[in-house]
Structure formats: structure tokens, C-alpha cells
Design a protein around this ligand. Structure first.
Ligand code: FAD
Ligand code: DHB
Length: 397
């Protein structure tokens, strides 16, 4: 069997890449180890940048998002018990949309299937080889039948724990990493959101975040120990801690309700350079991870996919390889800006266990500056709503 582009992984990166390639008239096969239902229900990100929203709308997969997504013009940043609104729309002309990652995945899977493009779920023994040739191979088995797919290119969209990054020869990659001494405990609660925008709250007991998924479902996060056993957190304990940390001087607090799902996520910043070797391109979390504080991971995965699709289209249209050769350099410029922003949001809002009294005062001064200076608010707003894209494709305004 053969195809033009073998795509490993059906997360936002792999599915968006497959979708854009289809629109460019380029064949691809998506190979995913998990069942369809699992990827369509996996609870993860929730905030879409303006550029991601525009891309979904302009490529015909935004219909449900327009109906069900929640458009937010601003966010609240809180400290010392006071909330301060940052008006992203007024500062940048852009906004964000709250629409769960698994809904984006559902929309992209539906579009792929409707287009008759191949996607293999529950694949076993996924492996890639011959990456230094112009006929790399993607091997997998499905329902006990082994397949060898010859490709022109392979896109490694298989996340942080995938097989593509480790398939590069030793010595090619340089890794840049920072781990954090805390994680996030996240819950979904059956409770109407008590506020119509997100609240990022710094508190001496640790960071807390108020978000939502729909007019009936609230999403909340608490800074916690990364090794925290979720079984030690009863629903009552979670609510007590959330109420303490989110308590606002104006009396605002989240509505309580049955907890539908809870989990602990560790945090890291991670980048490999380059994101390209031979016929293999790394896309999204397979090449980089950001801490979740800036809500950037899925958006970044989608912008990598967009750059790669553009480069592949240039190659198939006129044999032009120059853009593809610059894929890594082009993506990494954005990756590092997003790493900076996500690290900064994390550092101003979390309680670092080794912080001394000087650090705490300095952190409060930073939040005071951030919420009182138009220049500082504008800097946050333009990063939060999304920096301009690195390539001008047909879906750029
Ligand atoms: P993934 O979504 O990890 O997809 C990779 C896919 O590859 C998976 O489906 C996996 O099953 C598959 N796979 C793995 N190995 C193989 C293999 N060997 N063969 C075939 N397939 C394989 N980001 C935001 O932008 N905004 C947010 O608000 C946000 N909040 C977050 C909150 C939490 C709690 C978490 C955990 C993450 C959050 N993120 C957020 C990050 C975001 O979820 C990720 O950055 C995003 O999923 C990256 O997409 P991806 O397609 O690169 O990787
Ligand atoms: C959500 C996740 C984030 O990382 C964030 O910064 C804001 C919201 C969410 O899951 O809703």
C-alpha cells in the first residue's frame, strides 16, 4: 500500500493536518492506537485562540463550534481575593472560544469520514522506518492484519509518549526541558457556570482556575502536588479547597454540583530541536509540551499542522521543497514564544514551594502591574488570543 503522507496519531494535530491535506488535494492515511470513542471523549483542553476558530470556520468544520462554543471577550485575573478583568476584545480586536478539545476532535473525525479519507483506529505495533530516504514506511496492524504503508512523508502527530520522536536516530535531537514541582487537579462538575468568563486566581494555598464547557457544566482546576493520589481528594475536599482559593471580595464563587470526572495532570515545558529529520516531521505535542496555564497546547499543535500542510502543498504543487526545509525553523519561532508565555503565566499565578517572602511580594507586584497597566494587559491579551501565524495560507484573512 502507499500514500502521500502517513499521519501517526489522531489528536488535534494529526486530524487537522489530514483535513488541510484533503483540502489541498493531498492523500493521507491517519493511524491511531486508540478507539474512536476514546479520542472523542478524552477530556483535555478547552480554549481556542481566534486563529484556531477562524481556521475551523474557513475550512468548513466550524458549524457545531459556532452553535455550541462559548465566545469570551475577556478573562479575569485574581489575586489577594480581588478579580480584575482583562478585556481581550478591546485590547486586541480578537476573542477566544471555549469549546472542548474532544469536540474539535469529533468534528475533524466526522469531516474525515464524510470525505472518505482513511483513518485506522485501534492500530497495533505502529512503527516507522527508512526516514532518511524519500520512501519512508509506516507499519501497523489492524484487526490482526499487518500493513506496510509506503509514504512520501511521515507526520509524527502521536503526542509526547508516541513512537515518532524516539524513532529519530540518536544525536539528531536536542531536548530543552523544565519540570514543575506542581500539577493540576481538574474536575468537570454538573453545575451552571456562575460567571461568563474564565477566572485565573492566584492564592497563597496555590493557583485555582474557573472555566466551563457549556451552560450546564463547569470546569475547574486546582494547583496540587504532581504525585497527588486522586483518591485522597473526596468531592467535599475538592469543593472546600476551590471555594477557599476562588473566594472573591465581591462575594463571587463557583456554583457547586456533582463531580462528573476528576484527574491529576503533571506539568512540564519541553521542546526538541529540530522538528524535522529526513522524511519525518514532528507536529504538536510529539515535539513540544507547554504547561496548561496559557491554554496553548492544542492551539500550538494546530498551528504546526497548518505550517506543515502549507509546505506539503507547495511541494506537491510545484516541487518546491524550500518551505518544507524551513518547517522546523518556522514552527520553532512560534513554539518558543508560546513556551515563554506559558512559562510566564505559570510563574505569575502559581505558588512555588521554594518561594521566599521576597518572591511572594514580587509576584504580587507583577500581578498588580499586569492588572493596572494597559501595556501589560495588552501583552497578555495578544498572547492569550493568539499571536499572528507564521505562514499566510489561503485561510489567512
Ligand atoms: P495528542 O492530543 O496527544 O494526540 C496524539 C494522538 O496520538 C493520541 O490520540 C494518541 O492516542 C495517539 N498515539 C500515541 N502513540 C501512538 C502510536 N504509537 N501510534 C498511533 N497513534 C498514537 N491546550 C490548549 O490549547 N488549551 C487548553 O485549554 C489546554 N488545556 C489542557 C488541559 C489538560 C488537563 C491537558 C492534559 C492538556 C491541555 N492542553 C490544552 C494541551 C492539549 O490537550 C495538547 O497540547 C493537545 O492534545 C496536543 O495535540 P496533539 O495532537 O499534538 O497530541
Ligand atoms: C482550560 C484549560 C486551560 O489550560 C486554561 O488555561 C483555561 C481553560 C479548560 O480546560 O477549560
Amino acid at each position: 500500500m502507499r500514500t502521500q503522507v502517513g499521519i501517526v496519531g489522531a489528536g488535534p494535530a494529526g486530524l487537522m493536518l489530514g483535513h488541510l491535506l484533503h483540502l489541498y488535494g493531498i492523500e493521507s492515511v491517519v493511524v491511531e492506537t486508540r478507539p474512536r470513542q476514546y479520542i472523542e471523549e478524552r477530556v483535555r483542553a478547552g480554549v481556542l485562540e481566534q486563529g484556531t476558530v477562524d481556521l475551523m470556520n474557513r475550512t468548513g468544520v466550524g458549524e457545531r463550534m459556532r452553535r455550541e462554543g462559548l465566545l469570551h471577550d475577556g478573562i479575569d485575573i485574581g489575586f489577594r481575593g480581588h478579580r480584575h478583568r482583562i478585556d481581550i476584545r478591546e485590547l486586541t480586536g480578537n476573542a477566544i472560544t471555549v469549546y472542548a478539545q474532544h469536540e474539535v476532535v469529533k468534528d475533524l473525525v466526522a469531516a474525515r469520514i464524510a470525505a472518505g479519507e482513511p483513518v485506522v483506529f485501534e492500530a497495533d505495533h505502529v512503527a516507522i522506518a527508512d526516514l532518511d530516504s524519500d520512501r519512508p514506511v509506516l507499519r501497523f496492524s489492524s484487526n490482526g492484519i499487518a500493513t506496510e504503508l509506503r509514504c512520501d512523508f511521515i507526520a509524527g502527530c502521536d503526542g509526547f509518549h508516541g513512537i515518532c520522536r524516539p524513532s529519530m536516530p540518536e544525536g539528531v535531537l536536542t531536548a530543552f526541558e523544565r519540570s514543575y514541582s506542581f500539577g493540576w487537579l481538574g474536575i468537570l462538575a454538573e453545575a451552571a457556570p456562575s460567571h461568563n468568563e474564565l477566572v485565573y486566581m492566584q492564592h497563597q494555598r496555590g493557583f485555582a482556575l474557573f472555566s466551563m464547557r457549556s451552560p450546564k457544566i463547569t470546569r475547574l482546576y486546582l494547583q496540587c502536588n504532581p504525585q497527588e493520589d486522586i483518591n485522597d481528594w473526596s468531592d467535599d475536599r475538592i469543593w472546600a479547597e476551590l471555594l477557599l482559593r476562588l473566594k472573591s471580595s465581591d462575594g463571587w464563587k463557583p456554583n457547586l454540583g456533582p463531580i462528573l470526572q476528576k484527574s491529576v495532570t503533571p506539568m512540564r515545558s519541553f521542546v526538541v530541536e529540530p522538528m524535522h529529520y529526513g522524511s519525518l516531521f514532528l507536529v504538536g505535542d510529539s515535539a513540544h509540551i507547554v504547561p496548561p496555564t496559557g491554554a496553548k497546547g492544542m492551539n500550538l499543535a494546530i498551528s504546526d499542522a497548518r505550517v506543515l500542510a502549507y509546505g506539503l502543498a507547495a511541494y506537491y504543487k510545484g516541487g518546491e521543497k524550500e518551505f518544507l526545509a524551513r518547517y522546523s525553523e518556522i514552527c520553532l519561532r512560534r513554539v518558543w514564544k508560546i513556551q515563554r508565555f506559558s512559562w510566564w503565566m505559570t510563574s505569575v499565578l502559581h505558588r512555588f514551594p521554594d518561594a521566599n517572602s521576597f518572591d511572594l511580594r514580587r509576584q504580587e507586584a507583577e500581578l498588580d502591574y499586569l492588572t493596572s497597566s494597559t501595556a501589560a494587559m495588552k501583552s497578555l491579551a495578544e498572547n492569550y488570543a493568539g499571536l499572528p501565524l507564521e505562514c499566510e495560507d489561503e485561510w489567512t484573512k
